[in-house]
Write a protein that binds this ligand. Structure first.
Ligand SMILES: [Zn+2]
Ligand SMILES: [Zn+2]
Length: 317
């Protein structure tokens, strides 16, 4: 019985491996811009929502195929120029885009398919709306680019972090340094936003759910669109959208003051960095917004020390 199951599994793996490159995590952004509006599919087919993502740009910017395929539509729909690229079972709708190639053109990922024009409502001079469909279902185009949202840190990167932690521990022990006391150390992190602290770490009466809940970070309130800055040098381990946190960014700072330190940034309008990018302390990584469960523009900032949520304030300089 076990043998049959194994054979079936091998068959499945082989079959999956043989399908065209339309799986999640194989695309690229069709425009070199910041994501200014995330994917927010409606609960019902006819409901309000945002059936794609908007990338900021300027009129005249080149729009490229997010993955290989064939241009299956190039024309005007409801007054807007639209280009549709079929990637096999998935297809990308790019608008407002004036096609630079005719219908039937075979394209590879990164090949130009048109030019961005103004017209899609957003905060930039022009925005590209990118929709991704499988049949009649709208998918999150960023999942197509970044892979599954749950896979925050590549396995080898996580192993690297553990390895570095172990190395430092060994070095500390061999040098007779026993002062591995975990101290927050003011100044280890710099303020990620200029806003005032409007909600502190701890239990609070939740502004949306109207009940007492743990607030696992601090809220810094400032104008929509103001800069979000990396609190310390590090590597982006996650950039993605989820219903509660909106646009979420996680930066790993490695071992700081003896602990594995991470910072988390929520509710942004968008980020200009992606998983794998290195960031410097103070570098602008995004803009303050009100995405997810949020009642107004603010940055929710939280700190994880060895995986546990801690009060960010003692860490800030
Ligand atoms: Zn849009
Ligand atoms: Zn908050």
């Amino acid at each position: 019985m076990k043998i049959i199951v194994s054979i079936a599994l091998v068959g499945l793996i082989l079959f999956t491996g043989a399908t065209p490159a339309t799986a999640e995590g194989t695309g690229q952004l069709p425009l070199a811009g910041t994501v200014v509006t995330g994917f927010d599919p409606p609960d019902v087919a006819w409901g309000a929502g945002h059936r794609g993502v908007d990338l900021s740009g300027s009129p005249g910017d080149t729009v490229v195929a997010p993955a290989g395929g064939v241009v299956i539509f190039a024309g005007v729909v409801a007054g807007r120029p639209v280009v549709v690229v079929s990637h096999g079972e998935l297809r990308s709708t790019l608008e407002p885009v004036e096609a630079s190639v005719p219908v039937g053109t075979r394209v590879s990922a990164g090949d130009p398919v048109g030019v961005l024009v103004a017209g899609h409502a957003c905060s930039a001079p022009a925005c590209l709306h990118w929709g991704l469909k499988r049949g009649e279902d709208y998918l999150d185009p960023l999942a197509f680019v970044t892979g599954s949202e749950v896979r925050l840190l590549p396995d080898d990167a996580a192993a690297g972090v553990r390895e570095r932690a172990a190395e430092r521990e060994r070095a500390a022990q061999s040098s007779g340094d026993t002062a591995t006391v975990v101290v927050a150390g003011s100044g280890a992190l710099s303020r990620p936003s200029a806003g005032a602290v409007t909600s502190v770490f701890g239990m609070r009466f939740h502004p949306i759910f109207h009940e007492w809940r743990m607030h696992n970070g601090i809220d810094l309130s400032t104008g929509c669109g103001s800069p979000i800055r990396a609190a310390a040098d590090g590597v982006v381990t996650h950039m993605g959208y989820d219903a509660s946190g909106g646009w979420r960014l996680v930066v790993s700072h490695g071992i700081v003051n003896g602990v594995d330190l991470q910072t988390v940034y929520l509710h942004a309008q968008g980020y200009r960095v992606r998983a794998g990018d290195r960031v410097r302390r103070g570098e602008q990584v995004g803009t303050v917004g009100s995405t997810g469960w949020s009642t107004g523009c603010h940055l929710h900032f939280s700190v994880k020390a060895d995986g546990r949520q801690v009060d960010p304030q003692p860490w800030l300089g």
